[in-house]
Design a protein around this ligand. Sequence first.
Ligand code: PLP
Length: 222
Amino acid sequence: VNRVQVGENVRRILAELPRGVRLEAACKTRSPSEVQQAVDAGVEILGENYVREAAGKFHLIKGSFRRHFIGHLQRNKVKKALGLFDLIESLDSISLAEEISKRSASLSITAECLIEVNSAREKNKSGIYPEETLDFARKVSGFGNILVRGLMTMGPLTEDPEELRPYFRQTRELFEKLKQMRIRGCRMEILSMGMSSSYRTAVSEGANLVRVGTAIFGPREN
Ligand SMILES: *Cc1c(COP(=O)(O)O)cnc(C)c1O
């Protein structure tokens, strides 16, 4: 995909998203110049899966943008991640929350996180099972130096976005329930669901943040 197309893709998707739904470019494996093109076309949030990749890329991008971590975060990368990212979308275990809380305290910051929900209860995927999410939210919101700002889910890998609808719906229901619970340290503001092939479905189920890679940058080369 050439430079012109990246910009066109971004503008087309931005025009299509309803008011209040934000677009995050999922930038794994994309070059700084590709990412720059997306930012120049109006992308305001960049998502990265790997701390090291983000560290080598963010500082090369000009303009203003938010930085989100969307990969699986290892405990030994937490300190570095806190210096690089505005939001960790993939809080997926108590031990990770403990490490984030501890490191944030020593930096005198509050780490903003989304809880990653393993909505399809897939054994090989990280994330909190739906039935454990309320408890998990209560627990980590009690940790000092962590502010939970919402939920993120991936759902199973599938070609058919309709297969994802029940998982998006269930995550939205958890989001609403947590909002009603009014837990201290837990604000339900961001619902991050949907990728290139599924963002329309996710938006129709209440997502207000969509993470899009391929539909912006084209297929990834491996
Ligand atoms: C890569 C990635 C995306 C975007 O996937 P595409 O299908 O390329 O749009 C979204 N979320 C996460 C967590 C990812 O790793």
